[in-house]
Design a protein around this ligand. Structure first.
Ligand code: NAD
Length: 499
């Protein structure tokens, strides 16, 4: 692997040839209307590309192409071993194109190039490898019926599925859907967020190079209320798998109800609690973890530990540690290889996040560090790491998902109060408890209502464990073998053995 600090990413960005048409039936194609929208980099406001602004007609064409590919059996009827080999090849091609994919990701949504190269590209490739490896090891079942019958329980691909994804990890969130969907034999239509279309298009091109037949993997670019809605409402899409905000997730339930009752999977927002208890002996270590996690990816993380619920006896030490880390994290141009904190995704999101500083102050929280935009002259979107202290859990900065580098600290007086505050949220995605007491670790983990609990750690990443939330954080799970449940239908076949 080349040393990324030796690459002149600024020059590479100038040399980059960006493809920005939709990708349907294995070809780059203009939208039927000929409309485009401008993709602007949050790094400095530069124009990156004019991207195809698709609508219902383009979605119809993509669905037809995906259906035709599915029916042809070129992919769906391949043996699992053959699909495995092609997906492994795809993973390797993704790695071979690491620098271009990482650069597109950073230009499009502002994350540090050091992260795009080391985290996003690798995790995307690993995800394809993992599902490739799994698919020829999954067996059907024979049910324990009466002896005069043989009942087979088999898995079949859903058929044509769609994935609608957000902009915070554009490639990786897409891969979490694409890899199990393709491994299971489905055809897929991917709709990237309008803020971050570019890596999706590049991935689709590389998929054809890897040997995935034309029409099996399509990308329809454009706005949510047009393209996302058209996919949700389509009568010939069998499953729609969404990652994004809770509000839009609810629309997809509605779209399914108003159309063909397609299967829906939802990975939605979060307001994850991080319980720092006095029974944990290293407050500094825990506080360092919460700071590094909330400011990672500019705070644009569904699992960001955005509520630190801390017992009062260790509150002061925790705040001091977090503030020191916040001071050292200076947002900078994400194309510099040393940058740890980059740009927010766009102007609208920056304004939305900044508004929470006013809300925090109005509600009576203390802004102990940050709270300002920075590098304004660059023309880009940068926000200082921000900490709100003495927050009450009924304040908006404790209830609303901010999706930016802003931490709300809520002091509490007991473990029971910490659990009560943790669960007093519409969300239930990730959570964390820090204690050295084994009994407390187990009892608190059980009482927290969330899809994921980390004990004395945070955001551990591995393909082997399911990822997703309860309450308004979603329905279903990405990652692990459980994700394959979403992308397959179970069929029961009864065979009479009476002769
Ligand atoms: P968003 O909901 O605004 O957009 C997500 C996608 O939905 C985009 O592709 C968008 O174009 C589309 N969309 C928007 N409006 C639509 C509509 N009316 N009909 C159909 N489609 C529509 O979310 P975002 O701002 O891109 O991403 C941030 C959100 O994603 C946060 O809430 C975050 O927590 C969530 N997220 C969740 C996970 C998870 O795994 N749980 C992971 C990453 C991000």
């Amino acid at each position: 692997m080349s040393d990324i600090s030796k690459i002149d990413w600024h020059q590479s960005a100038l040399d980059l040839k960006i493809k920005s048409k939709a990708f349907i039936g294995g070809q780059f194609t203009d939208s039927v209307s000929g409309q485009t929208f401008t993709s602007i980099s949050p790094i400095d406001g530069r124009t990156l590309a004019e991207v195809a602004a698709c609508d219902v007609e383009d979605v119809n064409i993509a669905v037809k192409s995906a259906r035709k590919a599915f029916k042809s059996g070129d992919w769906s009827n391949r043996t699992p071993v053959e699909r495995k080999a092609i997906l492994q090849n795809f993973a390797q091609i993704i790695r071979n194109n690491r620098n271009e994919l990482a650069l597109l990701e950073t230009l499009d949504m502002g994350k540090p190039i050091a992260n795009s190269t080391s985290i996003d590209v690798n995790a995307t490739a690993n995800c394809f490898d993992w599902y490739a490896e799994s698919i020829d090891k999954i067996y059907g079942e024979i049910a324990p019926t009466a002896n005069n019958y043989l009942a087979l329980v088999t898995r079949e691909p859903l058929g044509v599925v769609a994935a609608v994804v957000p902009w915070n990890f554009p490639m990786l969130m897409a891969a979490w859907k694409l890899a199990p969907a393709l491994a299971a034999g489905n055809s897929i239509i991917l709709k990237p967020a309008e803020q971050s279309s570019l890596t999706a298009l590049k991935l689709a091109e590389l998929a054809v190079e890897a040997g995935i037949p034309q029409g099996v993997f399509n990308v329809v670019t454009g706005y949510g209320p047009e393209v996302g809605r058209a996919l949700g409402m389509h009568m010939d899409i069998d499953g729609l798998f969404f990652t994004g905000s809770t509000q839009v997730g609810k629309y997809f339930m509605e779209y399914a109800a108003k159309s063909n009752l397609k299967t829906i999977g939802l990975e939605l927002g979060g307001k994850s609690p991080f319980l720092l208890l006095e029974s944990y002996k290293d407050t500094k270590r825990a506080a360092t973890t919460v700071a590094n996690s909330i400011f990672f990816n500019q705070g644009e993380m569904c699992t960001a530990p955005s509520r630190l619920i801390v017992e009062r006896s260790v509150h002061e030490e925790a705040v001091e540690t977090i503030v020191n880390i916040a001071k050292s994290l200076i947002p900078n141009n994400p194309l510099n290889a040393q940058t740890k904190m980059g740009a927010m995704v766009d102007v609208a999101h920056t304004e939305r996040v900044m508004n929470f500083v006013n809300i925090a102050e109005k509600d009576g929280a203390d802004v102990v560090i940050g709270g300002k935009q920075t590098r304004i002259k660059s023309g880009g979107c940068y926000i200082e790491p921000t900490v709100f202290d003495n927050v009450k859990n009924n304040m908006r900065v404790a209830q609303d998902e901010i999706f930016g580098p802003m931490l709300s600290i809520i002091p509490v007086d007991s473990v029971d109060e910490a659990i009560q505050v943790a669960n007093d949220s519409p969300y239930g995605l990730a959570s964390s408890v820090w204690t050295n007491d084994l009994n407390t670790a187990h009892t608190v983990s059980r009482k927290i209502h969330a899809g994921i609990v980390y004990v004395n750690c945070y955001d551990v990443d591995d393909m082997t464990t399911p990822f997703g939330g309860v309450k308004q954080s979603g329905i279903g799970r990405d990652k692990s073998l459980h994700a394959l449940d979403k992308f397959t239908e179970i069929k029961s076949t009864w065979i009479s053995l009476d002769i």
